[in-house]
Design a binder for this molecule. Structure first.
Ligand code: AVJ
Length: 319
């Protein structure tokens, strides 16, 4: 077992400074969603996956429960790479199927949260003693640059995480993934599907307020990481569905005019009353769009697995 950390503290702080400066001096203001996921944010996200309103995780779990054996047989990969693996709780279905198939040699879980990865590794090393575990603390880009070689690899991006990117970022990302793979290797992509707008919105504005707390957590990350002084609890969680762009948009609304000081960035940020900071988009997909986007990035869509209610889909594509 091996854990490589490509997110040394100094670089992470420098990157946070750069992102905070870019996002909070823009109009409208924004922050990249990857900063949600410190140890607390990763825990909050795990709680989100158990909420009654957040159907995605359960739907994807059911899909993999049913089709992981097909995927294992069809691909016969010896290495599974998971981007944004978090707790890896759904991935074990793939690992089990690949192990049963007799091909699995290595698992490469990767996440920006060191804590989440550590937790996952301690379970995985007990349950998969014969598998070479090669964990990477890093963002997608870094991970793709340091991918270990193997006979046949499958890169998995589950949970609908690709929905955090806008179409331009998705195109860039999918081309990067394609570039990291050899022809004939595989991509497994989880995508949340377009559905009733109110159900979509509620999935991001739950009754218990866990998503609100998750959203505000990015301000805690800025306060701690940059010595900023956001009055975190005053910020209001907003989630709306844009039917034209087919995406949920999440933001934090400032209840009053304020000036925030980000010490590490030597930056003062002015917010007006009611001004929002965009913290996340979560795009929703259709079969035709996913197929086209994959094709444009150099992949062929081989299979499209959905749950009975067609809430979620897992796309299997070949490089
Ligand atoms: C982990 C990015 C897939 O967009 O649904 C959940 C994150 N944000 N609730 C999503 C999230 C608010 C989630 N992804």
């Amino acid at each position: 077992m091996e854990l490589r950390d490509y997110r040394a503290e100094v670089d992470t702080t420098r990157e946070l400074v750069a992102d905070a400066r870019a996002g909070l001096t823009a109009s409208p203001k924004w922050l990249p969603p990857k900063w949600f996921y410190d140890a607390r944010g990763s825990d909050l996200f795990e709680r989100i996956t158990e909420l009654p309103e957040y159907y995605q995780t359960r739907a994807e779990y059911r899909i993999l429960e049913r089709y992981a054996p097909d995927i294992a047989e069809r691909t016969g990969v010896d290495s599974l790479v998971e981007l944004g693996s978090g707790s890896s709780s759904k991935t074990v279905l793939l690992l089990d199927a690949l192990r049963k198939n007799g091909t699995l040699e290595r698992f490469v879980p990767s996440d920006v949260s060191h804590a989440a990865l550590r937790g996952a590794l301690s379970r995985l090393s007990v349950d998969y003693p014969e598998v070479d575990l090669h964990a990477v603390v890093g963002d997608f880009e870094t991970t793709l640059e340091v991918l270990p070689r193997a006979n046949t690899r499958m890169i998995a991006l589950l949970g609908g995480t690709i929905g955090n990117m806008d179409p331009w970022q998705r195109d860039r990302f999918l081309r990067q993934v394609r570039g990291a793979l050899d022809g004939g290797e595989w991509l497994l992509l989880g995508t949340d599907l377009v559905k009733d707008p109110e159900r979509l919105r509620r999935a991001y504005d739950d009754g218990e307020g866990v998503t609100a707390e998750f959203n505000r957590n990015v301000l805690h990350v800025l306060n701690r990481g940059l010595g900023a002084d956001f009055p975190v609890e005053e910020f209001v969680h907003c989630a709306r569905y844009d039917g034209r762009r087919e995406r949920v948009e999440i933001s934090l609304r400032s209840p009053r005019a304020m000036r925030v000081w980000l010490d590490e960035a030597a930056l003062a940020v002015e917010l007006s009353a009611g001004e929002e900071i965009e913290t996340e988009i979560s795009a929703k997909f259709r079969y035709s769009g996913v197929r086209t986007e994959l094709h444009e990035a150099g992949f062929e869509l081989i299979d499209w697995y959905t749950d009975r209610d067609r809430d979620f889909a897992v796309a299997l594509a070949r490089a």
